[in-house]
Design a protein around this ligand. Structure first.
Ligand code: BG6
Length: 482
Protein backbone atom coordinates (compact mmCIF):
# COMPACT_ATOMS: atom_id res chain seq x y z
CA UNK A 1 0.00 0.00 0.00
CA UNK A 2 1.21 3.47 -0.82
CA UNK A 3 1.55 5.92 2.02
CA UNK A 4 2.61 9.56 2.25
CA UNK A 5 5.74 10.26 0.19
CA UNK A 6 9.08 10.37 1.95
CA UNK A 7 9.44 14.11 1.37
CA UNK A 8 5.77 14.89 2.07
CA UNK A 9 5.42 18.49 3.25
CA UNK A 10 3.86 18.72 6.72
CA UNK A 11 3.17 22.11 8.21
CA UNK A 12 0.56 24.75 8.84
CA UNK A 13 -1.00 27.77 7.16
CA UNK A 14 -1.70 31.40 8.00
CA UNK A 15 -2.48 34.71 6.28
CA UNK A 16 -0.80 38.07 6.84
CA UNK A 17 -3.91 40.09 7.66
CA UNK A 18 -5.16 37.51 10.14
CA UNK A 19 -2.02 37.15 12.25
CA UNK A 20 0.73 39.69 11.61
CA UNK A 21 -0.72 42.77 13.29
CA UNK A 22 1.62 45.80 12.97
CA UNK A 23 -0.91 47.09 10.47
CA UNK A 24 0.71 50.49 10.09
CA UNK A 25 4.31 49.79 11.06
CA UNK A 26 7.43 50.21 8.95
CA UNK A 27 5.61 51.87 6.08
CA UNK A 28 2.74 49.41 5.62
CA UNK A 29 -0.31 50.81 3.83
CA UNK A 30 -3.99 50.16 4.55
CA UNK A 31 -5.50 47.02 3.09
CA UNK A 32 -9.19 46.07 3.02
CA UNK A 33 -9.10 43.93 6.19
CA UNK A 34 -7.60 46.90 8.08
CA UNK A 35 -11.00 48.55 7.62
CA UNK A 36 -13.03 45.55 8.79
CA UNK A 37 -14.38 45.68 12.32
CA UNK A 38 -14.81 42.67 14.56
CA UNK A 39 -18.01 40.63 14.47
CA UNK A 40 -19.27 37.33 15.77
CA UNK A 41 -21.17 34.25 14.75
CA UNK A 42 -24.38 36.20 15.41
CA UNK A 43 -23.44 39.70 14.31
CA UNK A 44 -21.58 40.23 11.07
CA UNK A 45 -18.48 42.38 10.81
CA UNK A 46 -18.62 45.77 9.14
CA UNK A 47 -16.51 47.40 6.47
CA UNK A 48 -15.81 51.09 6.99
CA UNK A 49 -14.40 53.56 4.48
CA UNK A 50 -12.15 55.20 7.05
CA UNK A 51 -10.93 54.33 10.52
CA UNK A 52 -13.55 55.00 13.17
CA UNK A 53 -12.58 56.04 16.66
CA UNK A 54 -13.32 53.59 19.49
CA UNK A 55 -13.86 50.73 17.06
CA UNK A 56 -11.96 47.48 17.20
CA UNK A 57 -10.22 46.44 13.99
CA UNK A 58 -8.90 42.92 14.67
CA UNK A 59 -6.22 42.93 11.96
CA UNK A 60 -4.44 45.87 13.57
CA UNK A 61 -2.80 43.82 16.27
CA UNK A 62 -4.10 40.32 15.45
CA UNK A 63 -1.68 37.98 17.26
CA UNK A 64 1.30 40.18 16.47
CA UNK A 65 3.33 37.63 14.52
CA UNK A 66 5.23 40.67 13.23
CA UNK A 67 7.02 40.89 16.58
CA UNK A 68 6.74 37.23 17.62
CA UNK A 69 7.84 35.48 14.44
CA UNK A 70 11.00 33.97 15.94
CA UNK A 71 9.13 32.44 18.85
CA UNK A 72 6.33 31.20 16.60
CA UNK A 73 8.57 29.64 13.98
CA UNK A 74 10.58 27.96 16.75
CA UNK A 75 7.32 26.37 17.96
CA UNK A 76 6.49 25.24 14.40
CA UNK A 77 9.96 23.72 14.19
CA UNK A 78 9.42 21.96 17.51
CA UNK A 79 6.32 20.32 16.00
CA UNK A 80 8.55 19.18 13.15
CA UNK A 81 7.08 21.36 10.40
CA UNK A 82 8.80 20.85 7.08
CA UNK A 83 6.78 23.61 5.48
CA UNK A 84 4.98 26.80 6.48
CA UNK A 85 2.39 28.50 4.28
CA UNK A 86 2.01 32.22 4.89
CA UNK A 87 1.06 35.20 2.80
CA UNK A 88 2.80 38.44 2.01
CA UNK A 89 0.81 41.61 2.64
CA UNK A 90 0.85 43.53 -0.62
CA UNK A 91 0.60 46.75 1.40
CA UNK A 92 3.90 46.06 3.19
CA UNK A 93 5.65 46.03 -0.17
CA UNK A 94 3.58 48.61 -2.07
CA UNK A 95 1.48 50.55 0.46
CA UNK A 96 -1.04 51.76 -2.11
CA UNK A 97 -0.25 49.29 -4.86
CA UNK A 98 0.76 52.22 -7.06
CA UNK A 99 4.31 53.08 -5.95
CA UNK A 100 7.27 52.58 -8.23
CA UNK A 101 9.78 51.78 -5.50
CA UNK A 102 9.05 48.97 -3.05
CA UNK A 103 9.11 49.49 0.69
CA UNK A 104 12.44 48.00 1.71
CA UNK A 105 11.35 47.49 5.31
CA UNK A 106 8.47 45.32 4.15
CA UNK A 107 10.74 43.17 2.01
CA UNK A 108 13.21 42.89 4.87
CA UNK A 109 10.54 41.63 7.23
CA UNK A 110 9.64 38.72 4.94
CA UNK A 111 13.31 38.09 4.30
CA UNK A 112 13.81 37.62 8.04
CA UNK A 113 10.77 35.35 8.27
CA UNK A 114 12.00 33.20 5.37
CA UNK A 115 15.50 33.01 6.84
CA UNK A 116 14.06 31.95 10.15
CA UNK A 117 12.10 29.18 8.40
CA UNK A 118 15.16 28.07 6.46
CA UNK A 119 17.16 27.93 9.71
CA UNK A 120 14.89 25.04 10.72
CA UNK A 121 14.71 23.54 7.22
CA UNK A 122 11.11 24.68 6.87
CA UNK A 123 10.12 25.18 3.23
CA UNK A 124 8.15 28.41 2.78
CA UNK A 125 4.99 28.30 0.67
CA UNK A 126 3.99 31.86 -0.11
CA UNK A 127 0.50 33.04 -0.96
CA UNK A 128 1.02 36.23 -2.91
CA UNK A 129 -2.44 37.59 -2.18
CA UNK A 130 -4.55 36.22 0.64
CA UNK A 131 -7.81 38.11 1.04
CA UNK A 132 -6.28 41.56 1.13
CA UNK A 133 -5.47 44.24 -1.36
CA UNK A 134 -4.39 47.84 -0.91
CA UNK A 135 -7.46 49.91 -0.07
CA UNK A 136 -6.08 52.62 -2.36
CA UNK A 137 -6.79 50.31 -5.30
CA UNK A 138 -10.38 49.97 -4.12
CA UNK A 139 -10.73 53.74 -4.04
CA UNK A 140 -9.08 54.24 -7.41
CA UNK A 141 -10.33 51.31 -9.48
CA UNK A 142 -13.11 49.62 -7.47
CA UNK A 143 -10.63 46.82 -6.83
CA UNK A 144 -10.22 44.15 -9.46
CA UNK A 145 -13.14 45.61 -11.43
CA UNK A 146 -10.39 47.85 -12.80
CA UNK A 147 -8.17 46.15 -15.34
CA UNK A 148 -5.30 48.33 -14.13
CA UNK A 149 -4.95 46.07 -11.09
CA UNK A 150 -3.37 43.46 -13.34
CA UNK A 151 -0.35 45.71 -13.91
CA UNK A 152 -0.06 46.64 -10.23
CA UNK A 153 -0.15 43.00 -9.25
CA UNK A 154 2.34 42.01 -11.94
CA UNK A 155 4.72 44.70 -10.74
CA UNK A 156 4.34 43.52 -7.14
CA UNK A 157 5.07 39.93 -8.20
CA UNK A 158 8.13 40.97 -10.23
CA UNK A 159 9.47 42.55 -7.06
CA UNK A 160 8.80 39.47 -4.93
CA UNK A 161 10.16 37.03 -7.47
CA UNK A 162 13.33 38.98 -7.97
CA UNK A 163 13.92 39.59 -4.27
CA UNK A 164 13.19 36.07 -3.06
CA UNK A 165 14.27 34.05 -6.09
CA UNK A 166 16.99 32.19 -4.20
CA UNK A 167 14.94 31.51 -1.10
CA UNK A 168 11.42 30.59 -2.18
CA UNK A 169 10.29 27.82 -4.53
CA UNK A 170 6.55 27.40 -3.88
CA UNK A 171 4.19 30.27 -4.75
CA UNK A 172 0.39 30.42 -4.76
CA UNK A 173 -1.09 33.34 -6.67
CA UNK A 174 -4.51 34.10 -5.10
CA UNK A 175 -6.04 32.52 -2.05
CA UNK A 176 -9.40 30.87 -2.78
CA UNK A 177 -9.69 32.64 -6.12
CA UNK A 178 -13.08 30.98 -6.66
CA UNK A 179 -14.56 33.14 -3.89
CA UNK A 180 -15.01 35.56 -6.80
CA UNK A 181 -17.76 33.30 -8.14
CA UNK A 182 -19.76 34.13 -5.00
CA UNK A 183 -21.07 37.45 -3.66
CA UNK A 184 -18.74 37.27 -0.63
CA UNK A 185 -15.83 37.49 -3.07
CA UNK A 186 -16.62 41.17 -3.67
CA UNK A 187 -15.13 41.91 -0.28
CA UNK A 188 -12.72 39.08 0.36
CA UNK A 189 -10.73 38.78 -2.80
CA UNK A 190 -11.93 41.19 -5.49
CA UNK A 191 -12.17 44.44 -3.56
CA UNK A 192 -15.30 45.46 -5.44
CA UNK A 193 -16.44 47.58 -2.50
CA UNK A 194 -15.66 51.14 -3.51
CA UNK A 195 -17.41 53.59 -1.17
CA UNK A 196 -19.25 50.82 0.66
CA UNK A 197 -19.81 51.10 4.39
CA UNK A 198 -21.83 48.66 6.47
CA UNK A 199 -22.39 45.01 7.24
CA UNK A 200 -20.34 42.68 5.08
CA UNK A 201 -23.49 40.66 4.48
CA UNK A 202 -25.21 43.54 2.67
CA UNK A 203 -22.55 44.45 0.11
CA UNK A 204 -24.34 44.99 -3.21
CA UNK A 205 -23.56 42.31 -5.75
CA UNK A 206 -23.49 42.83 -9.49
CA UNK A 207 -22.52 39.50 -11.11
CA UNK A 208 -21.50 41.27 -14.31
CA UNK A 209 -18.92 43.41 -12.48
CA UNK A 210 -17.88 40.54 -10.25
CA UNK A 211 -17.13 38.14 -13.08
CA UNK A 212 -15.33 40.86 -15.02
CA UNK A 213 -13.19 41.51 -11.94
CA UNK A 214 -12.56 37.79 -11.61
CA UNK A 215 -11.47 37.68 -15.25
CA UNK A 216 -8.86 40.33 -14.45
CA UNK A 217 -7.68 38.34 -11.47
CA UNK A 218 -7.44 35.12 -13.47
CA UNK A 219 -5.44 36.98 -16.10
CA UNK A 220 -3.14 38.43 -13.45
CA UNK A 221 -2.61 34.96 -12.04
CA UNK A 222 -1.81 33.53 -15.48
CA UNK A 223 0.55 36.37 -16.34
CA UNK A 224 2.66 35.97 -13.23
CA UNK A 225 2.73 32.19 -13.62
CA UNK A 226 4.03 32.74 -17.17
CA UNK A 227 6.58 35.25 -15.85
CA UNK A 228 7.81 32.68 -13.34
CA UNK A 229 8.03 29.95 -15.95
CA UNK A 230 10.00 32.18 -18.29
CA UNK A 231 12.39 33.78 -15.83
CA UNK A 232 12.48 31.57 -12.74
CA UNK A 233 12.20 27.97 -13.90
CA UNK A 234 13.10 26.76 -10.41
CA UNK A 235 9.75 28.07 -9.07
CA UNK A 236 6.71 25.87 -8.60
CA UNK A 237 3.56 27.87 -9.21
CA UNK A 238 0.23 26.86 -7.71
CA UNK A 239 -3.36 28.02 -7.61
CA UNK A 240 -5.60 27.93 -4.55
CA UNK A 241 -9.28 26.97 -4.50
CA UNK A 242 -11.87 26.84 -1.72
CA UNK A 243 -13.25 23.40 -2.48
CA UNK A 244 -16.65 22.59 -1.01
CA UNK A 245 -18.14 19.41 -2.43
CA UNK A 246 -21.84 19.81 -3.14
CA UNK A 247 -23.64 16.52 -2.93
CA UNK A 248 -27.01 15.96 -4.59
CA UNK A 249 -29.46 15.78 -1.70
CA UNK A 250 -31.16 12.74 -3.22
CA UNK A 251 -30.95 10.48 -6.25
CA UNK A 252 -33.66 12.54 -7.89
CA UNK A 253 -32.09 13.46 -11.26
CA UNK A 254 -33.09 17.08 -10.71
CA UNK A 255 -30.94 17.16 -7.58
CA UNK A 256 -28.07 15.47 -9.40
CA UNK A 257 -28.18 17.95 -12.24
CA UNK A 258 -28.46 20.96 -9.96
CA UNK A 259 -25.48 19.75 -7.92
CA UNK A 260 -23.44 19.23 -11.07
CA UNK A 261 -24.24 22.72 -12.35
CA UNK A 262 -23.39 24.37 -9.02
CA UNK A 263 -20.18 22.37 -8.69
CA UNK A 264 -19.11 23.56 -12.12
CA UNK A 265 -19.33 27.26 -11.45
CA UNK A 266 -18.35 27.17 -7.77
CA UNK A 267 -15.62 24.58 -7.49
CA UNK A 268 -14.33 23.91 -11.01
CA UNK A 269 -14.60 27.10 -13.02
CA UNK A 270 -11.45 28.88 -11.80
CA UNK A 271 -9.20 25.85 -11.72
CA UNK A 272 -10.37 24.73 -15.16
CA UNK A 273 -8.94 28.04 -16.35
CA UNK A 274 -5.86 27.96 -14.16
CA UNK A 275 -4.93 24.36 -14.92
CA UNK A 276 -6.18 23.96 -18.48
CA UNK A 277 -5.76 27.52 -19.69
CA UNK A 278 -9.20 28.14 -21.20
CA UNK A 279 -12.68 29.14 -20.10
CA UNK A 280 -14.74 25.94 -19.83
CA UNK A 281 -17.67 25.50 -22.20
CA UNK A 282 -20.26 25.32 -19.38
CA UNK A 283 -19.25 28.86 -18.36
CA UNK A 284 -20.37 30.30 -21.69
CA UNK A 285 -23.81 28.86 -21.07
CA UNK A 286 -23.93 30.15 -17.50
CA UNK A 287 -22.92 33.64 -18.65
CA UNK A 288 -25.56 33.61 -21.35
CA UNK A 289 -28.27 32.56 -18.92
CA UNK A 290 -27.23 35.23 -16.45
CA UNK A 291 -26.67 37.97 -18.96
CA UNK A 292 -22.98 38.28 -18.13
CA UNK A 293 -20.60 39.50 -20.83
CA UNK A 294 -16.91 39.19 -20.13
CA UNK A 295 -14.93 41.82 -21.95
CA UNK A 296 -11.82 40.21 -23.30
CA UNK A 297 -8.99 42.15 -24.86
CA UNK A 298 -6.76 40.91 -27.60
CA UNK A 299 -4.22 38.51 -26.15
CA UNK A 300 -6.27 37.54 -23.07
CA UNK A 301 -6.94 34.03 -24.28
CA UNK A 302 -3.26 33.50 -25.09
CA UNK A 303 -2.27 34.83 -21.66
CA UNK A 304 -4.55 32.35 -19.94
CA UNK A 305 -3.14 29.56 -22.04
CA UNK A 306 0.45 30.52 -21.23
CA UNK A 307 -0.10 30.69 -17.47
CA UNK A 308 -1.11 27.19 -16.41
CA UNK A 309 -0.12 26.24 -12.88
CA UNK A 310 2.27 23.44 -11.91
CA UNK A 311 0.32 22.16 -8.94
CA UNK A 312 -3.16 22.53 -7.51
CA UNK A 313 -3.86 23.51 -3.91
CA UNK A 314 -7.09 23.91 -2.03
CA UNK A 315 -8.77 24.47 1.30
CA UNK A 316 -11.12 21.85 2.64
CA UNK A 317 -13.29 22.32 5.69
CA UNK A 318 -16.74 20.97 4.95
CA UNK A 319 -19.25 19.71 2.41
CA UNK A 320 -22.79 20.72 1.66
CA UNK A 321 -25.85 19.46 -0.22
CA UNK A 322 -27.85 20.75 -3.12
CA UNK A 323 -31.52 20.17 -3.70
CA UNK A 324 -33.86 21.23 -6.46
CA UNK A 325 -36.56 21.44 -3.81
CA UNK A 326 -36.40 24.84 -2.04
CA UNK A 327 -38.10 23.63 1.15
CA UNK A 328 -34.98 21.99 2.63
CA UNK A 329 -33.32 23.36 5.73
CA UNK A 330 -30.05 25.16 5.08
CA UNK A 331 -26.90 25.26 7.15
CA UNK A 332 -24.00 27.72 7.43
CA UNK A 333 -20.65 27.37 5.79
CA UNK A 334 -17.42 28.74 4.48
CA UNK A 335 -18.33 31.43 1.88
CA UNK A 336 -21.86 30.19 1.29
CA UNK A 337 -24.60 28.11 2.89
CA UNK A 338 -26.27 25.01 1.54
CA UNK A 339 -28.75 22.27 2.32
CA UNK A 340 -28.18 20.40 5.57
CA UNK A 341 -26.86 16.87 5.28
CA UNK A 342 -28.63 14.55 7.77
CA UNK A 343 -25.59 12.26 7.95
CA UNK A 344 -23.15 14.90 9.14
CA UNK A 345 -22.47 16.82 12.33
CA UNK A 346 -21.59 20.49 12.25
CA UNK A 347 -19.05 22.68 14.02
CA UNK A 348 -20.24 25.39 16.41
CA UNK A 349 -20.27 27.70 13.41
CA UNK A 350 -22.53 25.39 11.39
CA UNK A 351 -19.82 24.03 9.06
CA UNK A 352 -20.66 20.41 8.26
CA UNK A 353 -17.78 18.11 9.17
CA UNK A 354 -17.09 15.51 6.49
CA UNK A 355 -13.72 13.79 6.51
CA UNK A 356 -14.66 11.28 3.80
CA UNK A 357 -15.50 14.22 1.58
CA UNK A 358 -11.79 15.01 1.55
CA UNK A 359 -10.97 11.64 -0.03
CA UNK A 360 -13.78 12.15 -2.52
CA UNK A 361 -12.51 15.61 -3.43
CA UNK A 362 -8.86 14.55 -3.73
CA UNK A 363 -9.88 11.80 -6.14
CA UNK A 364 -12.16 14.08 -8.14
CA UNK A 365 -9.52 16.80 -8.54
CA UNK A 366 -6.73 14.39 -9.39
CA UNK A 367 -8.90 12.53 -11.92
CA UNK A 368 -9.65 15.82 -13.62
CA UNK A 369 -6.20 17.39 -13.75
CA UNK A 370 -3.55 14.78 -12.96
CA UNK A 371 -1.12 17.28 -11.42
CA UNK A 372 0.28 17.23 -7.86
CA UNK A 373 -2.15 18.34 -5.15
CA UNK A 374 -1.69 19.99 -1.78
CA UNK A 375 -4.26 20.50 0.98
CA UNK A 376 -3.22 23.95 2.13
CA UNK A 377 -6.08 24.57 4.58
CA UNK A 378 -8.13 22.26 6.75
CA UNK A 379 -9.13 22.39 10.38
CA UNK A 380 -11.75 22.88 13.02
CA UNK A 381 -12.70 26.34 14.23
CA UNK A 382 -13.72 25.78 17.85
CA UNK A 383 -14.01 27.43 21.26
CA UNK A 384 -10.97 26.49 23.35
CA UNK A 385 -10.64 26.99 27.08
CA UNK A 386 -7.67 26.95 29.40
CA UNK A 387 -8.36 24.56 32.28
CA UNK A 388 -7.30 24.95 35.92
CA UNK A 389 -3.93 23.35 35.20
CA UNK A 390 -3.31 25.87 32.46
CA UNK A 391 -3.83 23.25 29.75
CA UNK A 392 -5.97 23.31 26.62
CA UNK A 393 -7.45 19.91 25.93
CA UNK A 394 -8.58 20.22 22.32
CA UNK A 395 -9.37 16.56 21.75
CA UNK A 396 -12.20 17.57 19.37
CA UNK A 397 -9.63 19.19 17.08
CA UNK A 398 -7.35 16.15 17.23
CA UNK A 399 -10.29 13.93 16.26
CA UNK A 400 -11.21 16.18 13.36
CA UNK A 401 -7.65 16.29 12.01
CA UNK A 402 -7.07 12.58 12.57
CA UNK A 403 -10.17 11.69 10.58
CA UNK A 404 -9.11 13.97 7.73
CA UNK A 405 -5.52 12.69 7.63
CA UNK A 406 -6.86 9.12 7.51
CA UNK A 407 -8.87 10.04 4.46
CA UNK A 408 -5.89 11.76 2.84
CA UNK A 409 -3.96 8.54 3.34
CA UNK A 410 -6.73 6.58 1.66
CA UNK A 411 -6.67 9.01 -1.24
CA UNK A 412 -2.92 8.44 -1.57
CA UNK A 413 -3.66 4.71 -1.64
CA UNK A 414 -6.22 5.44 -4.35
CA UNK A 415 -3.31 6.82 -6.38
CA UNK A 416 -3.64 10.57 -5.80
CA UNK A 417 -0.36 12.50 -6.00
CA UNK A 418 -0.64 14.42 -2.74
CA UNK A 419 2.48 16.40 -1.85
CA UNK A 420 1.64 18.36 1.28
CA UNK A 421 -0.71 19.25 4.11
CA UNK A 422 -0.84 22.58 5.93
CA UNK A 423 -3.76 22.74 8.39
CA UNK A 424 -5.27 26.17 8.79
CA UNK A 425 -4.36 28.55 11.57
CA UNK A 426 -1.62 26.37 13.03
CA UNK A 427 -1.38 29.15 15.57
CA UNK A 428 -4.63 30.84 16.69
CA UNK A 429 -5.48 33.84 14.56
CA UNK A 430 -8.34 36.15 13.62
CA UNK A 431 -11.28 34.50 11.84
CA UNK A 432 -11.72 35.69 8.26
CA UNK A 433 -15.49 35.40 8.23
CA UNK A 434 -16.34 36.80 11.64
CA UNK A 435 -13.28 38.72 12.84
CA UNK A 436 -13.38 36.69 16.06
CA UNK A 437 -10.48 35.34 18.08
CA UNK A 438 -12.88 32.90 19.78
CA UNK A 439 -13.01 30.77 16.63
CA UNK A 440 -9.67 29.06 17.10
CA UNK A 441 -7.90 26.57 14.85
CA UNK A 442 -4.38 26.41 16.29
CA UNK A 443 -2.06 23.85 17.81
CA UNK A 444 -0.81 26.90 19.68
CA UNK A 445 -3.17 28.95 21.82
CA UNK A 446 -2.65 32.69 21.80
CA UNK A 447 -3.89 34.71 24.74
CA UNK A 448 -5.81 37.22 22.70
CA UNK A 449 -9.55 37.72 23.05
CA UNK A 450 -12.48 39.15 21.15
CA UNK A 451 -12.48 42.45 23.01
CA UNK A 452 -8.90 43.05 21.89
CA UNK A 453 -7.33 42.27 25.28
CA UNK A 454 -4.81 39.56 26.11
CA UNK A 455 -1.14 39.15 26.89
CA UNK A 456 -0.40 37.55 23.47
CA UNK A 457 1.37 34.73 25.33
CA UNK A 458 1.60 31.46 23.41
CA UNK A 459 0.70 28.06 24.95
CA UNK A 460 0.85 24.59 23.43
CA UNK A 461 -2.52 22.84 23.17
CA UNK A 462 -2.89 19.08 23.50
CA UNK A 463 -2.98 18.89 19.69
CA UNK A 464 0.57 20.30 19.58
CA UNK A 465 2.24 17.07 20.69
CA UNK A 466 -0.22 14.95 18.76
CA UNK A 467 0.61 16.72 15.48
CA UNK A 468 4.32 16.45 16.32
CA UNK A 469 3.90 12.68 16.54
CA UNK A 470 1.97 12.64 13.26
CA UNK A 471 4.78 14.49 11.48
CA UNK A 472 7.52 12.40 13.11
CA UNK A 473 5.84 9.24 11.82
CA UNK A 474 5.14 10.77 8.37
CA UNK A 475 1.42 10.38 9.00
CA UNK A 476 1.59 6.77 10.11
CA UNK A 477 1.01 7.24 13.82
CA UNK A 478 -2.30 9.00 14.35
CA UNK A 479 -2.97 7.41 17.72
CA UNK A 480 -4.41 9.60 20.43
CA UNK A 481 -2.59 9.01 23.72
CA UNK A 482 -3.75 10.10 27.17
C1 BG6 B 1 -10.53 30.08 4.33
C2 BG6 B 1 -9.64 31.29 4.23
O1 BG6 B 1 -11.69 30.29 3.61
O2 BG6 B 1 -11.04 29.73 5.55
C3 BG6 B 1 -8.97 31.71 5.53
O3 BG6 B 1 -8.65 31.11 3.25
C4 BG6 B 1 -9.97 31.55 6.66
O4 BG6 B 1 -8.50 33.01 5.41
C5 BG6 B 1 -10.36 30.08 6.75
O5 BG6 B 1 -9.52 32.02 7.89
C6 BG6 B 1 -11.26 29.75 7.90
O6 BG6 B 1 -12.36 30.59 7.90
P1 BG6 B 1 -12.79 31.40 9.19
O7 BG6 B 1 -13.87 32.25 8.73
O8 BG6 B 1 -13.18 30.38 10.18
O9 BG6 B 1 -11.57 32.17 9.61
Amino acid sequence: MQSFKKNFLWGGATAANQFEGAWNEDGKGISIPDLCTNGSHKESKRLTTHLEKNTLYPSHEAIDFYHHYKEDIALFAEMGFTTFRFSIAWTRIYPTGLEVTPNKKGLDFYDRVIDECRKYHIEPIITISHYEMPYALVEKYNGWAGRQCIDSFYYYCQTLFDYFKDKVTYWLTFNEINSGTMPMGNLLSLGVVKGYEGSIMDIPDDPQTRYQALHHQLLASAQVVALAHEQYPQFKMGNMICFIPMYPYSCNPSDILKAQKEMQMTNWFCSDIQVRGTYPSYAAHYFEENNIHIQMEEGDKESLKKGCVDFYTFSYYMSTCVSADPKHQTTGGNLFSGVKNPYLKSSDWGWQIDSEGLRYVLNAIYDRYGIPLMVVENGLGAYDTINQDGEIDDIYRIKYLKAHIEQMKKAVEDGVDLIGYTPWGCIDLVSASTGEMAKRYGFIFVEKYDDGTGSLARRKKRSFNWYKQVIESNGNNLEIND
